[in-house]
Write a protein that binds this ligand. Sequence first.
Ligand code: F3S
Length: 394
Amino acid sequence: MDLTKYETEMLEGKHGNAVKKSMSILVALGEIYGAKKLIDVTSVQVAGVSYDNLGDAGLDFLAELAKDGKVKVLTTLNPAGMDLENYKNLGISEDFAVKQKLVIEAFAKMGILTTCTCTPYLIGNNPHYGQHIAWSESSAVAYANSVIGAMTNREGGPSALASALTGKTPEYGMHLEANRNAQIKVKVEAEIKGTYLFGALGKVIGEKVKSKPTYITGIKEATVEELKSFSASIATYGGAAIFHMEEITPNKTPVPSEEITVTQEEIDKAVESMDMDSEVDFISVGCPHASINEIAKLAELLKGKKVTKEFWITTARPTLKIAQANGYAKIITDAGAKFAADTCCVVAPIKGRFKCLATDSAKGCYYAYSKNQSKIKIMPIEKLVEEAIKDVKK
Ligand code: F3S
């Protein structure tokens, strides 16, 4: 790979150990994927924040980098293993909290904004069309490439951090226009409305086409929330880093000749597969992290009601602050639901605590079942609230 004089100096350690280590990660990655050079990035989002996933080895790696590492570009974090302020109310142990706080401190020392969210684009880490960035979270990567038109590979935690500390990434994959073109056309012949059905559609398409970039037709309109749900789902079930939705997403692509169809029956079956026979004891909204619009809707639905089950709304802390300022948070917590800011039901250490999760997220269903071994039920937000306020079976 061709390196500039400055990049060579970084690799040789003339700009500190953290930069040296970061450059060696990026150069190794570039060589594996055949990149010709490094390019500048304008934004980074780092995953691998939960102590549940990092363990002590991960914490040591971060502490080492934090000795002399400082970020070069705007960088935020993926969800942590707990709400950094309200973890006791959510049943997180003090031992876990101590370790999680050390992880956050190491990131903060490097100059990273310790806003922990998988929807950085909703809270100010929001690149524009055509900008090169280095994001890790798969749902955010699919959203950034597809809905915003920024350019990012799906980075691992260490490579994203290396980009943050150097401002660079190897030029391969989604950073090259030719790799972003659709390879297969998907004609949707089904009524898709609401976050849970966009999630089901992502599951069906992801399972059919795997990681191939798609050109999707038949969707008349889609909200930001529906697109974030779809991005999470198509990336989870298939691994795609980009999709094109006719007249909705901004990227230009030749329309592929190979075409497949998604039918109403397939969508219904996908929903059925995420509707297991079990008594719901945990409800969650906010995978990917809830927007202020979703929180406003929940406040409207929960006003004057009382929930009878554990109900978490996972969101970014800045979004929670807006909800608090506007009175939505009070309505929701008065109803007995809880905010879990900075974290989510997949990265929090809650395995074994609940038997059946009800959610509007197909990605949430995938991980609740596979990682936390919980039964799952997918449904629209309105139905989740009905489920939450229903009397517990005697
Ligand atoms: Fe975000 Fe956690 Fe879902 S990181 S996309 S809320 S699994």
